[in-house]
Design a protein around this ligand. Sequence first.
Ligand code: FAD
Length: 243
Amino acid sequence: MDRIISYWIDTTQDTSYPKIENDIDVDVAIVGGGITGITTAYLLNMRGVKLAVIDANRIAKGTSGHTTAKITSQHSLKYAKTIKSFGEEKAQQYATANETAIDMVEEIVNENNIDCDFKRVPAYVFTQEEEYIKKIEEETSAAYSLKLPAEYTDKLELPFAIKGAVKFSNQAQFHPRKYLLALASIIEKKGSLIFENTRAVDIQEGDPHILVTDSGKKISASRVVQATRYHFFDTPRLSFSRL
Ligand SMILES: Cc1cc2nc3c(=O)[nH]c(=O)nc-3n(C[C@H](O)[C@H](O)[C@H](O)COP(=O)(O)OP(=O)(O)OC[C@H]3O[C@@H](n4cnc5c(N)ncnc54)[C@H](O)[C@@H]3O)c2cc1C
């Protein structure tokens, strides 16, 4: 069988940021060079914060290099359940945060002229089964009540019939790696440090904190951001057990 490779990784150049070679001092050390780490780094870099991003492998090659590339406030059927579980106020905060994030990515793309195939498109969740129509209708009403651009439809340009769908207008898609590699290059040119093949193995908490890497080199930083999806440093929350 042919090797399966992410389209986003296959259509972009490999990065070649160096391994950490010396102990360094920064204001913020960011562990993990996926969309969480690189976005955090970009936003801090814009505010003049001295920072370093380290990744155990190559940046933007983890989960962020393997997504479906949609930037949406629609995530399957979410809002009816969120209102039920957390109430309208929290559901509204979640909805607004999601819509704001789409605008933020668009702003970053436009401000920096990033060529990453960013495009506003609608997003749909559809059903082909009669029994799910009610759920789709409920989701449409819930999303609409939170001022999301949601509407019900039973027509989609698909080569098969559907029973019903919730459409969210003005959502987006992009090429995640083109976007992230451009952001990494911007922050590096503006003085941020990026190290690849540099795994964080420990944090010695203090003022500053000392982030220890697998080569033994250390980064001292007032703040450390774990953008690794699963925390590599977990004391004392034991969140690995919940994950
Ligand atoms: C199949 C799939 C499709 C998806 N589609 C979408 C989508 O269409 N739209 C959407 O919004 N979301 C989507 N998601 C979710 C989204 O991709 C993730 O939420 C997002 O990419 C997570 O980004 P991240 O930066 O937090 O993590 P990652 O991208 O995984 O980055 C974490 C980085 O941390 C590094 N790391 C880990 N441990 C260490 C360590 N100890 N030291 C140094 N570095 C370390 C890793 O090497 C990695 O590069 C999808 C997820 C999957 C799996």
